[in-house]
Design a protein around this ligand. Structure first.
Ligand code: IPM
Ligand code: MN
Length: 365
């Protein structure tokens, strides 16, 4: 393919800064930056303030029709709809549901140079993926919940067979192909739920067990979500692929991120049958916006995930190579203590880190 069309939404707070950093790394990693045709579109809380619409229909259509969607971050505190929910979040949430981005892939990887909050784990020893089901569970009730007479509130969680089958299948396919670092060298899928208390989670586990029968080469493992929070602190090196319901995935992926340098180091990809949406897992951090000190690495790593996904999808090795370049470059740059950003205890600016990553990306392999 001559050029891939990327819909770029910069967003709010530090969104525009980290988005710019990500785009620079993409350009540096590709032999020909024109491989990506970037087009920018408005969305988010700032857009809502200016126009009264957080997610213009024209932006939605552009995102739907692009080869991939690349995002900075969204949200301004206090910019809310009448029901109290945040306007800026509409962009990401609507994309998930309207484009059926059912697989939320959240790699949890300890890069060289980063001291884990779990101090006895070395770089390389934490390297697993949380596969979060992204369209069901409580999130499917968004906007449809009930408050009765100001006294009783309810949201209904939905788990379907089809929704569970497709995400669990993806978990096993991912375990087959990835080279993670479980300490015993096994390929493993851990199903994380609360099957001991709620029927919907028992159903999730039952369907997952049925899917697993097609993958005898991958170990099937179970964890209740409360115990999972303990395991991810005590033995993160046991995990390979963790598949879980939407809300649980939201929660345990923040925990996982905290063990590998925090949200600033964590990319996320939301994938459907046709579309891919890529960004850092962190929010818009309005408290440090505009100061040039945000950690750009989460977004830069999200760019690598985008190239890898596009490369696989279109069998384009140029993109796959560029993705690997960015990954390697980040590992190399962050090894230098002078390159640590504020959230990792250092003082490097976003620009300095981004320049170093770009320089590293341009080195001959
Ligand atoms: C995430 C975020 C979103 C979520 C918010 C911003 C709607 O926390 O992607 O994890 O809750 O899913
Ligand atoms: Mn979250």
């Amino acid at each position: 393919k001559a050029a891939y069309e990327i819909a770029v939404v910069r967003g709010d707070g530090i969104g525009p800064e980290v988005c710019e950093a990500g785009l620079q790394a993409l350009a540096a990693a590709l032999p020909d930056p024109a491989k990506l045709s970037l087009k920018e579109y408005p969305a988010g809380a700032g857009c809502y303030q200016e126009t009264g619409v957080a997610f213009p229909e024209t932006t939605f259509e552009a995102c739907r029709d692009a080869d991939a969607i690349f995002h900075g971050a969204a949200g301004i505190p206090g910019v809310t709809y009448r029901d109290g929910t945040e306007a800026g979040l509409d962009f990401g949430l609507q994309l998930r549901f309207r484009l059926d981005l059912y697989a939320n892939i959240r790699p949890i990887k300890l890069h060289p140079g980063i001291v884990s909050a779990l101090r006895h784990f070395e770089p390389g020893s934490i390297d697993y993926v949380i596969l979060r089901e992204n369209t069901e569970g409580f999130y499917a009730a968004r906007g449809g919940g009930n408050v009765v007479r100001g006294e009783i509130a309810s949201d209904t969680s939905i788990i379907t067979r089809a929704g569970t089958e497709r995400i669990v299948r993806q978990a096993f396919e991912l375990a087959r192909t990835r080279n993670g670092a479980p300490r015993d060298g096994k390929k493993r899928v851990t199903v994380c739920d609360k099957a001991n208390v709620l029927r919907s989670y028992a159903f999730f586990r039952k369907v997952a067990t049925e899917v697993a029968e097609n993958y005898p080469d991958v170990e099937l493992d179970f964890a209740l979500v409360d115990a999972m929070t303990v395991h991810l602190v005590k033995r993160p090196d046991f995990y390979d692929v963790i598949v879980t319901e939407n809300m649980f995935g939201d929660i345990i992926s923040d925990l996982g991120a905290a063990t590998v340098g925090g949200m600033g180091m964590s990319p996320t990809a939301e994938i459907g049958a046709q579309n891919g949406f890529f960004q850092a897992a962190h929010g818009s951090a309005p408290d440090i916006a505009g100061q040039g000190i945000a950690n750009p690495l989460g977004t830069i790593l999200a760019g690598a995930m985008m190239l890898e996904w596009l490369g696989k999808r279109h069998r384009d090795n140029v993109l796959m190579d560029a993705a690997a370049r960015i990954d390697r470059a980040v590992g190399k740059v962050i090894e230098d203590p002078a390159m640590l950003p504020g959230d990792l205890g250092g003082r490097a600016t976003s620009a300095a880190i981004t320049e170093a990553v770009c320089r590293e990306c341009r080195q001959p392999a």
